[in-house]
Design a protein around this ligand. Structure first.
Ligand SMILES: C[S@@+](CC[C@H](N)C(=O)[O-])C[C@H]1O[C@@H](n2cnc3c(N)ncnc32)[C@H](O)[C@@H]1O
Length: 266
């Protein structure tokens, strides 16, 4: 099976948006009048959840006039948050058709379809002309990508000159065997966790200039929080989520993994 098939099979469970809506309903959310903050506990599929996305958007300097690309947008949580909190236009791409379907439906439900659009696409073959965007982000995606340099080169191509790119990822921070399953993969076949130095080398080889890098591990530790504490991205990832997160936390505490942010300029 190809890496892309493994990834889309891993993430592409059925009825993602239905499961989310049912969980929100069960927690008293009026899903007929859904707002972006209602979704925040479940739709930002990365360490630190919605507050971590806000931090990335701040580092990128996203504002109302920004044209933002989200590479590996998942079910669209970070893209919706950007459009809602910064009034910008956002385009999300993702390999997994079921996630793009859920992203589109949830975005229509919160009334942001005019500002945010989604396309099924691999990060290394972006369906946009050169210089389409002035900001780009990639959040917890590269762990599934063997050739990150190819994705960075495509992102560089679709960014305008001096456009900014934020990469916020689970990276290898020390030696040791990574326990599986992790939230992004059942096993090594679709897991390509790399070090900060690997990321920096690949970004520079793709034409980027590094502006800053930051270890966000301590800052993003802990559950999503918010009004419905019982809601987590486990709604999206299914029953195995607790085990996957347990392995992820264990690897983080053992110094094998960390949540690292890099901001680069095209
Ligand atoms: C952990 S989720 C993160 C989603 C989103 N960035 C977020 O933070 O909510 C990883 C996403 O990366 C996508 N992905 C993995 N490999 C990809 C690739 N080569 N191109 C585009 N998307 C990819 C998966 O389909 C999945 O939706």
């Amino acid at each position: 099976m190809s890496i892309q098939d493994l990834v889309t099979q891993h993430y592409g469970g059925n009825d993602v948006s239905e499961r989310i809506l049912a969980a929100l309903r069960a927690h008293g959310v009026d899903v007929e009048h859904l707002a972006v903050p209602d979704l925040a506990p479940v739709d930002n599929l990365h360490a630190g959840f919605a507050p971590a996305t806000e931090y990335v958007l701040s580092c990128l300097g996203v504002g109302a006039s920004s044209r933002l690309l989200d590479v590996g947008c998942g079910i669209g949580g970070p893209a919706r948050l950007a459009a809602w909190s910064r009034s910008c236009r956002v385009t999300g791409v993702d390999l997994t058709p079921a996630f793009i379907g859920a992203a589109t439906e949830l975005t229509e439900r919160v009334g942001l379809a005019d500002q945010v659009s989604f396309r099924v696409s691999a990060g290394d073959a972006l369906p946009f002309p050169d210089g389409t965007f002035d900001r780009a982000m990639m959040i917890h995606v590269g762990m599934n990508i063997e050739d990150k340099r190819a994705v960075f080169a495509e992102t560089h191509r679709v960014l305008a000159p001096r456009g900014r790119f934020a990469v916020y990822e689970q990276m290898r921070t020390g030696p040791g065997e990574l326990p599986f399953p992790q939230p992004w993969a059942d096993d090594k076949r679709s897991s390509f966790v790399a070090s900060l130095q690997d990321y920096l080398t690949d970004l520079e080889a793709a034409g980027f200039t590094i502006e800053e890098s930051e270890d966000r591990t301590a800052a993003v530790a802990g559950p999503p929080g918010g009004p419905a504490d019982a809601l987590t991205p486990g709604v999206v990832f299914g029953e195995d989520f607790v085990r996957r997160i347990g392995n992820n936390i264990a690897a983080t505490q053992a110094g094998i993994l960390g949540a690292m942010l890099v901001v680069a300029r095209a």
